[in-house]
Structure formats: C-alpha cells, structure tokens
Design a protein around this ligand. Structure first.
Ligand code: NCD
Length: 327
C-alpha cells in the first residue's frame, strides 16, 4: 500500500515495511543535505506545496524541524504556533480549524495538549495530517527520528536491548517508540517508579505484536549494566494533575559520569529533549551520548515522511538491509 495521501496518527498505522521505507528515504535525504560531506549538498527544486504547522502546545525541535524539512524540500510553510493569536482563543473548534487550514495547504503537522486531537484533524481536514504530539498519547515522528538515530549507530535493530527510563506514564515519545521497537525485534526494559509506569494498554499492545513482556524495574543502576541503548525522558511536569506528585518524582533519575561507570562501552544514550536535569551536561562529550545527533535527524526524517505522504517519491520496492525484520 502506498503512503501517498495518508495521515500519521500513530506508528501502528504503518506496516514495518512502510516504516523502513521512511528510514531508508531519510538516509537519502540526509545525504542530499550533505550531512557527511557538505560539498555533496544538493539544492532542492522549488516545490509547489505548503505545510501548515498548527501547534497548540510549546515546541522547539518538532515544529522547527518540520518547517526546516519542508523548506529543504523546496516547499513553503505557514504556521500557527501561538494559540492565543489564533481563533482558538475565540472558541473556534479544532474540527473547524483543521477544515479551514486544510484548504490553505497540502499537509498539516499538528500538536495539541489533548489526546485524540490529531484524529479530529484527520477527520476534518482534506489533506494528510501528521500527529506532532497529542497530549500524553503519541508522538510518532519523534519515534521515527529515534529509530533513524539508533539505526545509524547500530548495524541492526533486531536483538538490541533498550532501556526506556523516566516518565513512561505521561511521556508520549515512549508510547510511540516502545511498540515499534518491540515490533522490530528489540528487547525492552521499562525503568520508572510505579507511579510513572508504562500504561497497561501500551504493555498489552507490545505483547500482541511481539510476544514479549517487557521487564519493569525502578532500578536504573542495575538495569544499565547490559543495555545497548538507554532512552532517558523528562518527567512531564505539565501533565501532572497534582503538583506535589511532580515534586515527589522530579530528579528521580539523573545520568552523569558516575551512572555511566556501570554502563557498557557501546551503550548509546538518547533523549528526545528537552532535558531538565535527567542528563548531566558533564556527559555531553561522551561518545555514547548521541542526543544532539538524534535531534538533528529530525530534519531528514520529516523530509522523508512529508515527501512520501505528499506522493512526491517513487516508493522503495523492498526495504534495505541493515534493519532486519523480526523473526
Ligand atoms: C518531546 C515531546 O514534546 O513530547 N519533545 C520533543 O518533541 N522532542 C519530549 C518532551 O517534551 O519531554
């Protein structure tokens, strides 16, 4: 099935082959951007397509990398990044806003604090919609960016042992990443206090697609000793109903030089960012710390996704090797 004309709410919407084809195209996009060799940079031809970014929640990386991606593809961008300056402040429904903006553009990237809002946009807009984060629910393009970074550093994703650490309850990035990692054949370890554990429905969906029951622990020091990748997350302060609960959890995990003494030499450290204390800047120069490279990958990944959803690319016939299929 083609990706052209489709929307992306959750990576569950895409087959493993489709996900691999996005990552493969992102590699080509990275090359066109001159990542490894600036002299190889290819200028984009002008593209008569417009991306609308509708952001009802704060964002730095996601919105800016979506916009950079569209500009690098040669297209144009219109943006609504301050809900107070839009008709949402007058009480306009999201359904109406999506219907109207869909008439002004060719593709929409939307972020909203309420879970389920990306689906409302899909149901009302006449163009493809990409979920750029809907509350605590899903953040599929971050998961694609995470996979892209992980695949660039490891030969195959199959068989990797990945620890997801921090706020697994409210963190939407891990809700998108954990199921796709399991589908690709990674072994998962969930590291969090009980009150921030991975929601049961995500654990259940992992069991359905991969036959694995991820290990759950609150002990980072014990779990870190045999991981191939540690994915740190921010405690999502803005999603706590009770400020006292946040105060109780904040600062619970901090990765610093001392933590890394117990970690394997080849273990990658990733984070969707922003960090607010979970990763000490003292490890930024450690070769295992790849979170800034991870963030940079957001541009080629979103270029690939936009190009495929807009039907601009002939789609790959078969996935490239290097990202082995689960058995
Ligand atoms: C994440 C998000 O918005 O969910 N940030 C991002 O998009 N890279 C993670 C976070 O805010 O903690």
């Amino acid at each position: 099935m083609t990706l052209a004309g489709r929307s992306l709410i959750s990576l569950e919407d895409f087959s493993t082959e489709e996900i691999i084809s996005i990552l493969d195209l992102a590699e080509e996009m990275a090359e066109a951007l001159g990542w490894e060799d600036a002299e190889q940079r290819q200028a984009a031809k002008p593209l008569d397509c417009i991306l609308a970014t509708l952001f009802f929640e704060p964002s730095t990386r996601t919105r800016v990398s979506f916009e950079a991606a569209m500009l690098r593809l040669g297209g144009g961008v219109i943006t609504m990044a301050d809900p107070k300056a839009s008709s949402a402040a007058k009480g306009e429904s999201l359904a109406d806003a999506a219907r109207i903006v869909g008439g002004y553009c060719d593709i929409i990237a939307i972020r909203h604090p309420q879970p389920g809002t990306a689906q409302i946009a899909v149901d009302n807009a006449s163009v493809p919609v990409i979920n750029a984060g809907d509350g605590h629910n899903q953040h599929p393009t971050q998961a694609l960016t995470d996979l892209f970074c992980l695949r660039r550093h490891k030969d195959s994703l199959t068989g990797l042992k990945v620890g997801l650490c921090g706020d697994l309850k409210y963190g939407r990035t891990v809700h998108s990443l954990a199921p796709v990692l399991a589908r690709l054949g990674c072994e998962l370890v969930f590291i969090s206090p009980d009150m921030l554990a991975m929601p049961p429905e995500i654990v259940e969906s992992i069991g359905q697609t991969s036959d694995q029951t991820p290990q759950q622990t609150d002990d980072l020091a014990a779990a870190i000793t045999d991981l191939d990748m540690l994915y740190m997350t921010r405690i999502q302060k803005e999603r706590f109903a009770d400020a006292a609960e946040y105060e109780h959890c904040k600062g619970i995990y901090v990765v610093d030089k001392a933590t890394l003494r117990g970690a394997p030499e080849e273990m990658l450290i990733m984070h969707p960012l922003p960090r607010v204390g979970e990763i000490s800047p003292e490890i930024d120069d450690d070769p295992r710390a790849v979170y800034f490279q991870q963030a940079a990958g957001g541009v080629p990944v979103r270029m690939a996704l936009i190009a495929l959803l807009l039907g601009l690319m002939p789609e790959a016939a078969a996935p490239k090797s290097g990202l082995a299929e689960p058995a």
